[in-house]
Design a protein around this ligand. Structure first.
Ligand code: NAP
Length: 257
């Protein structure tokens, strides 16, 4: 069959994006919605989820919401199973919810370590398993795990974050190993440095910002909408033979020393 440009289109597909009340998750919801997908906003707060969903609908995107905390296995399983039963299938899952806690490793608080791992790594496992069980039954699905340049590179004060994102990159390969046979493609999307609330301390730090712009071949911070093309690609039939890979959208940062 010849290549069909419409294979990038997401019409008739529904995408759940975890932690999509703001930041990268919200922008990815916009991007997937613009490509024709119906999007499912996830937030821990019902009012916020409803508000963001209403906002997207005003922008012309078909949107619904699911309220759960990615660290609460019982709650998220119930929410996902209810959603599948009452509203319809989740064809695309974007594991985006994530947190950052910074401190020198020798002083790093053990509770912060556990909190970070529970969101950034355990959350990806719990949500993916709950959604994949439905995808496996349908023999079709797309999973996009939001990784980071820290899936590959260390940096002072964020060793636990790097450990969690390195693990998500490997979990992505594991999903490919176990689920490719069911028609599921799981890939990582690894952003470089983007201006969001998570990076507010870095954006506000002029010295860091100057260093980053020199260190990045593109010479600047990323704009969140620049992640959408890769997300649409990985969510679409155009990437059906790509599995277990992590694509870096980082202005070249991980390509140079
Ligand atoms: P952000 O603005 O802080 O947004 C994070 C989102 O995750 C928020 O909506 C947050 O909800 C949600 N969240 C946190 N814990 C959650 C939980 N337990 N259950 C459900 N949702 C939860 O961060 P961001 O910059 O957009 O980052 C999004 C993802 O991209 C993260 O995985 C991050 O590690 C990754 N990333 C970001 C960058 C960057 O440059 N910004 C670079 C590489 C990777 P609340 O509003 O309730 O806290």
């Amino acid at each position: 069959m010849p290549f069909d440009i419409n294979s990038f289109h997401l019409g008739g597909r529904r995408a759940l994006i975890t932690g999509s009340g703001k930041g990268i998750g919200l922008e990815l919801a916009r991007g997937l919605g613009a490509a024709g997908a119906s999007v499912v906003i996830n937030d821990r707060n019902r009012q916020k989820a409803q508000r963001v969903t209403d906002q997207l609908r005003e922008e012309g995107i078909h949107a619904e919401f699911a309220v759960f905390d990615v660290t609460d296995r019982a709650q998220l399983q119930q929410a996902i199973n209810d959603f599948e039963a009452d509203i319809g299938p989740i064809d695309i899952l974007v594991n985006n919810a994530g947190i950052q806690r910074r401190a020198p490793l020798e002083d790093y608080d053990a509770n912060d370590w556990h909190d970070l791992m529970r969101v950034n790594l355990d959350g990806v496992f719990h949500v993916s398993q709950a959604v994949a069980r439905h995808m496996i039954a349908r023999r079709r699905g797309k999973i996009i795990n939001i990784c980071s340049v820290q899936s590959q590179l260390g940096r002072p004060t964020i060793a636990p974050y790097a450990a969690s994102k390195g693990a998500v990159k490997m979990l992505t390969k594991g999903m490919c190993a176990d689920w490719a046979r069911y028609g599921i493609q799981a890939n990582g999307l690894a952003p470089g440095y983007f201006e969001t609330e998570m990076n507010r301390p870095l954006v506000d730090n002029q010295q860091f910002s100057e260093w980053l712009c020199k260190r990045t071949p593109a010479g600047r911070w990323g704009r969140v909408e620049e992640l959408c093309g890769t997300a649409v690609f990985l969510a679409s039939a155009a990437s059906d033979f790509i599995n277990g890979q992590t694509l870096f959208v980082d202005g070249g940062l991980t390509s140079v020393v």
